[in-house]
Design a protein around this ligand. Sequence first.
Ligand code: SF4
Length: 345
Amino acid sequence: MYKAMLYEELPDSRVRCNICQWRCVISPGEFGVCRMYQNRDGVLYNLNYAQTSSVAIDPIEKKPLFHFFPASSALSLGSWGCNFHCQHCQNWEISCPEPGDLEGKSHQILPQTAIDIALSRHCGGIAWTYNEPSIWFEYTLDSARLAKENGLYTVYVTNGYLTPEALDAIGPYLDAWRVDIKGFTTSFYQKLTKIPHWQGILEVAQRAKDKWKMHLEVVTNIIPTMNDDDQQLEGIACWIRDKLGELTPWHVTRFYPSHYLKHLPPTSIATLEHAYDIGKRVGLKFVYTGNTAGNSHENTYCPSCGKLIAERLSYQTRVVGLRGSRCKYCGAELNFRTSETEAKL
Ligand code: SF4
């Protein structure tokens, strides 16, 4: 149990949590929507500090991040709980626990231990992933600070619903914001996730880029009949182009039936190709299809000279055409972050 960092005291010993945009008002003894913050006698506590559900060393491409330290490994840590309740969640065992469920199932990894593991296993950095990282916000903040002191990169794989003030607290220590933009209408977000203000995801993503200069990549998991219409796909693609820039990678990934959406079919390859075409048509330079092994839309080609820059197959990456963040053949800017580009900052 760990005292929460961002909350306000309210009358009658209630508190308002300001970590994510739910801004839960919590009475004594009660929990927030994520079930991992609890009001105990007027003080807000986080219940899963350093409590991991999942630990792995993953290729960074698995997040997916394709333009960020390609071919490096990331120590990947997940905890428990989520502030979304997505109908198609593939990690529902860890995202929907009751607080008591953690006992006996968690493995404690304190921030310094995480750093030691990452360094000893030659990881490029640490990614908080598998469940929503803001649900153990204080832990990720302490770890991110230490990671930067030790020369490691830091990554949030996030649904993007952090408050601006939480983002500003961790912004100085976070290098990459791998955010889901799941759809582009209020009705879709309410049906899939139950959150009240989905546009807040866009505002915070833009802030991560503009204010904190993070590297951004966007994922849209395309769910048949729910977000596969042209209006939503074009809306997302145009928003990325206009607010994050045409060089921002957009990953359109294949949905597989899971959780409460087992009745829907997997996304067809034709639908993924159509989403890819929409992204390219509106002017995005890097659109990738995901969960489709062997598809050539997982490779990076220079949008200027057309040459192969990075070849990918099942998380194996071969970088052949990069110099810093640019194409080594024609010099075009490709929006890559590597140890070479970071050394110049
Ligand atoms: S982090 Fe949890 S308790 Fe805090 S506002 Fe978000 S859902 Fe509510």
